[in-house]
Design a protein around this ligand. Structure first.
Ligand code: HAM
Length: 441
């Protein structure tokens, strides 16, 4: 019988091995701590939602929705589809490509911002799914940490979130000088239609220079041409009209206040009037943090903005909103470009070794005693010699080895060896946890 073909993780996905898995948990802990200082509380929403939520929330003409969603039809409905029968809207489910739509859906569904209530501040962490062409920094399953604040349209909410995002990046160790913060305003339902018309007219003038996709979506969503990576389109869009020249008075004032507050907090930003972001729900403030070196074209480590119409879009009452998400894997790449390495996980405080087989059961009991007292304890399970038990203890990084020998055990004692200094002391077996506390804590 030939050996079976080995199966690898799907393209665009990555295993987080123990050292990194531990780091990812710590990364989330830092986010909970930093964002908690600003009043953000954890929320967990499903990893899949009705497809319609993303179509309505993120926008049908976006790449994320039109090309990159993983969509499934649940069991019974598939039979219906194959039989040529029409599908109910809620029969189609998609893996979440981002977290905002789901969180806003949950806020609306559970009425978390009743009229007149204080804003609700929520944060989440977990996997997102986009069927993109995989490359460095671009995966099909990736982890995001995001925040959403619903129920306040004040510019101070925007500025506070941006300050908080930069604080988090600094706290995990990304050098401030290696990042740039881009800022723009997308206007609102009052001023954006006129601007959209200007961009459409501009695209009409340059129709021959545009790619097929930009030509096709010029009518439905001309602003998406700013995101197009085709060199011809990028060249054209470099000369397109700027939204900041078309903002209404309210949007201009909102934008100016965000900038003033960032100035007051000494957060440096670059205004980028071509920053439109890849999702259709944005109104007013948008921002993105890019790293200067090490990530190539996938250099955005985080981004977000205001979405004052999204709650209505998913069936709720008018509720202002603002948030951002940061990409865990890209943060790691940025840190690695600065020389960062994952710290090995310390998996053993004490290794219980037996001089001979006859004391295995006693060793087994002693290991449990150490674990129940809060220590990471290990023993051999493969019948190793004493010498190779020591080698294993060393490999596991054990600071102490408790040695069970027949002579000491006859008086209820074990030898406790310090693996650093190689000195040994005799301790009573029942007192081993206390001896470890004295030695290690
Ligand atoms: P986004 O810009 O699409 O925004 O994603 C946020 C971050 O997720 C990016 O800056 C990047 O670091 C990371 N990211 C996105 N796609 C990938 C990928 N294929 N592979 C690896 N990392 C990726 C949002 O998702 C919005 N929901 C942010 C937001 C929250 N806006 C308002 N509230």
């Amino acid at each position: 019988m030939g050996s079976a073909r080995s199966i690898k993780a799907p393209e665009g996905t990555r295993d987080l091995l123990p050292d990194e898995a531990a780091y990812w948990r710590n990364f989330q802990k830092v986010a909970i701590e930093v964002f908690g200082r600003y009043g953000y509380q954890p929320i967990d929403t499903p990893i899949f939602e009705q497809t319609d939520l993303f179509v309505r929330g993120i926008g049908e003409a976006t790449d994320v929705v039109s090309k990159e969603m993983y969509t499934a039809i649940s069991g019974g409905n598939l039979r219906q589809l194959l039989a040529g029968e029409p599908l109910r809207t809620n029969a189609r489910l998609s893996l979440r490509p981002e977290g905002t739509a789901g969180v806003v859906r949950a806020v609306v569904q559970h009425d978390l911002v009743p009229q007149g209530a204080a804003p609700v501040k929520l944060m989440y962490a977990g996997p997102m799914f986009r069927a993109e062409r995989a490359q460095k920094g671009r995966q099909r399953q990736f982890n995001q940490i995001g925040v959403e604040c619903l129920g306040a349209d004040a510019p101070s909410i925007d500025a506070e979130a941006i300050v908080m995002l930069m604080r988090f990046f600094a706290e995990i160790g990304i050098r401030p000088s290696s990042m740039r913060l881009l800022l723009n305003s997308m206007g609102c339902e009052n001023c954006r239609p006129a601007y959209r018309g200007k961009v459409r007219a501009f695209l009409d003038e340059h129709n021959g220079e545009l790619c097929e996709t930009c030509r096709a979506r010029k009518e439905t969503n001309p602003l998406r041409a700013f995101d197009c990576k085709e060199p011809g389109c990028a060249e054209v869009m470099a000369h397109a009209p700027h939204i900041t020249d078309y903002l209404c008075d309210d949007c201009r004032e909102h934008y100016n206040l965000v900038k003033e507050l960032l100035d007051a907090a000494h957060v440096f930003y670059e205004e980028d009037p071509t920053l439109v972001r890849g999702l259709d729900y944005y109104t007013r403030t948008v921002f993105e943090v890019q790293v200067i070196d090490g990530l190539g074209s996938q250099n955005a480590i985080g981004g977000g903005g205001r979405y004052d119409k999204l709650a209505e879009e998913v069936g709720g009452r008018p509720t202002a909103g603002l948030g951002f998400a940061l990409g865990y894997e890209r943060c790691v790449l940025a840190l690695q470009a600065q020389g960062f390495e994952f710290a090995p996980v310390q998996s053993c405080d004490v290794f219980v070794a037996c001089v001979d087989e006859s004391l295995r059961h006693e060793a087994f009991g002693l290991v449990q005693l150490c674990r129940d007292s809060g220590f990471k304890a290990e023993m051999d399970h493969q019948g190793r010699s004493l010498k190779s038990q020591f080698k294993l203890a060393d490999k596991l990084g054990a600071a102490r080895v408790a040695i069970l020998g027949p002579d000491e055990w006859a008086t209820g004692q074990v030898k406790l060896r310090d693996m650093g200094t190689h000195t040994e002391i005799l301790v009573s077996a029942s007192d081993l946890p206390n001896a470890l506390s004295r030695a290690l804590l």
